[in-house]
Design a protein around this ligand. Structure first.
Ligand code: ADP
Length: 598
């Protein structure tokens, strides 16, 4: 089998004369052997016929035994050769080994030749001259007859012919008259010519076989190529169908999408747009196609900026998301849109077209602005009167205006506590709103943390005592400094310490530690409370997150404290986290980069 060609050039057939490789030579030999065996029955049949003629002609009472003996030999050789042919045909279906079968055939051919040569040797001395002429004629006929039958492999013919001629020559020289001796001289010439002819014929056969092999291979290659071609065509058709389907799907998505989608060329000229784009900007698709995006989608003052950014994106050939721009509708109304740009890049890295999606966020921005304005106005409006109410209550509770009756004193204290909670909530709300709108400014300076932690403990001692909890500052605090806003660090510490106190068991202690980590410092607040529930851990730093909704009532707090701490610490370049404390409870910590004078 020839190798299956992978490219059309592999399939180019070799010229008949170029069959050099061993497997081709073997295939040619197999063809030669096959021809020898195919023709063998004709030879065997002919030989039997001629042998019968000899027996008929030479049979006489005085030579009876000799004739029978020779006839037996001729029969034996014919039968053996016939069995060999049968065995070969049985083996033929299983790709027979040509060399082995050729060896056996050549032995058969030699035996055949020798049996005829032997006829000359045994009969020649005892027969009449007429019969001798007959015999010589028969042997010449047999030799000539072997030529087409054996010359598919020339040396097989040569073996056969030598088998016939050598004993015959010997007899001719020994017993013949002058005429026979002259005949004997001519026979080698005849033999040489015959072998030469056999050799020529052999070459013709071989080149015929080679041609056949090449043709076979060519047909095979052609069939394989055809099959591959059919397969590729089927694959291409399938790919074409898939592309068409996904193209239809995409077109449907774009058509139904509530988000405006444009396809621009490299220069920013509209190639196509979807109905949502028509609705938002007020132009029909036909009007937009062929126009430059900057000419009708953006207000004039941003044109230069948009064009410069556009060429940058085209050079980079990378997608860009969340680009906010002021846009303008056909009726002149301004919008704010968030754009995402996806260049379609060819394998050769060329931008073929650009898919641009724009989301109208005008109303969303307006709603956010109004919400912030509302929160901040409400908080300010509440804070001012609340501060004065609290101030008054504190004065009353301090006893400046004389002793209060028990009931009144208790009510006044409840009013002050709840007023303080309300103020805390408003302050937290204001803080988070200021942080999220980017209005909070930090005043950073180098701070000695040791002193700062001491101050935090002093500030929160009274609060902790309300829960019967001790605050302990670990003994050997390293002398490290950070660049941070003192007010905000104290706010974070107050939050962490008050949480630790609130969630500690009565009579417990909260330990505050300070560690020098090399490049950073870590402040840790450890409590011996119940720990953070597993299902709450990933929400703990979110706004208004509380593990248990009853916390607000029982322990106070808003669920905003940790959210504010996280944002403040991150604004100062640090990180905040918590871990289970060994022996029970929780460790809340924050890390900040260490301050170095250089
Ligand atoms: P709050 O003002 O309610 O304390 P925080 O954001 O500071 O709000 O805390 C959110 C929630 O996290 C708390 O309500 C509590 O459920 C949990 N929490 C915070 N600190 C601790 C702590 N040290 N031990 C156990 N739970 C805590």
């Amino acid at each position: 089998m020839s190798a299956i060609p992978t490219t059309p050039s592999d399939a180019v057939p070799q010229a008949p004369g170029a069959l050099h490789d061993a497997s081709d030579a073997r295939r040619v030999l197999a063809d030669q052997v096959e021809l020898l065996y195919r023709q063998a029955p004709i030879g065997i049949g002919g030989a039997l016929l001629v042998a019968s003629l000899i027996v008929y002609e030479l049979y006489a009472p005085h030579s009876r035994e000799l004739v029978i003996f020779w006839a037996c030999i001729a029969l034996l050789v014919a039968a053996s050769r016939f069995m060999l042919v049968r065995a070969y045909s049985r083996d033929a279906a299983r790709e027979p080994d040509p060399e082995r079968w050729l060896r056996w055939f050549s032995i058969g051919a030699l035996a055949e030749g020798v049996s005829w040569g032997f006829a000359a040797a045994v009969f020649f001395p005892s027969i009449s001259d007429e019969q001798r002429v007959f015999l010589a004629f028969v042997l010449a006929t047999m030799t000539a007859g072997g030529l087409p039958l054996f010359s598919a492999v020339w040396w097989v013919f040569a073996l056969f012919a030598f088998g016939v001629i050598v004993p015959f020559e010997a007899v001719l020289f020994t017993y013949g008259t002058r005429l026979f001796s002259e005949l004997a001289l001519m026979i080698p010439i005849l033999l040489t010519i015959n072998v030469a002819v056999a050799y020529r014929l052999n070459q013709v056969f071989v080149s015929g076989f080679r041609l056949r092999q090449s043709y076979g291979r060519l047909t095979q290659d052609y069939t394989t190529l055809n099959l591959q071609l059919e397969q590729r065509l089927a694959e291409l058709e399938e790919a074409g169908r898939q592309v068409e389907t996904s193209g239809r799907k995409l077109a449907l998505f774009a058509e139904r999408s509530p988000i405006p989608i444009f396809e621009f060329d490299w220069n920013g000229v509209v190639l196509t747009a979807n109905p949502a784009a028509e609705n938002l900007f007020g132009y029909s698709v036909a009007e937009m196609i062929g126009k430059k995006g900057t000419d009708f989608l953006f207000p004039v003052e941003v044109h230069a900026d948009v064009l410069a950014k556009w060429s940058g994106f085209m050079r980079a050939g990378k997608p860009v998301v969340a680009l906010r721009y002021h846009n303008v509708r056909r009726d002149g109304v301004e919008l704010v849109c968030e754009w995402s740009i996806t260049p379609l890049v060819s394998p050769a890295n060329r931008v073929q077209s650009v898919i641009v999606q724009g989301r109208d966020i005008t109303q969303q921005l307006e709603a956010e602005r109004m919400k912030q304005e509302f929160t901040s106005t409400l908080s300010h409006e509440l804070r001012t009167p609340l501060t004065s109410i609290l101030g008054s209550l504190q004065l009353i509770n301090s006893g400046v205006f004389g002793e209060l009756g028990n009931d009144v004193a208790e009510l006044a204290q409840v009013a002050e506590r709840n007023g303080q909670r309300l103020l805390d909530l408003i302050n937290d709300l204001l803080d988070i709103e200021r942080i999220e709108s980017g209005k909070l400014t930090l005043f950073s300076e180098p701070l000695a943390l040791r002193t700062l932690l001491q101050e935090a403990v002093n500030l929160n001692k009274a609060f902790a005592e309300r829960f019967n909890v001790r605050l302990e500052l670990s003994a050997d605090l390293p002398d490290v400094r950070v660049n941070a806003d003192v007010k905000r660090i104290l706010q974070v510490m107050t939050n962490l310490i008050s949480n630790a106190a609130k969630f500690s068991p009565a009579g417990g202690a909260v330990t505050i530690e300070l560690h020098d980590l090399g490049g950073e410092v870590r402040v840790a607040v450890n409590d011996r409370g119940t720990g953070i529930p597993e299902n709450f851990r990933n929400r703990i730093f979110a706004r208004f997150a509380q593990a248990d909704a009853t916390d607000t009532r029982q322990k106070g707090g808003t669920g905003l404290g940790l959210a504010i701490c996280k944002r403040l610490i991150e604004m100062m370049g640090g990180r905040i986290g918590f871990a289970d404390r060994q022996g029970g409870g929780t460790m809340f910590f924050f890390e900040l980069p260490k301050y170095r004078a250089d």
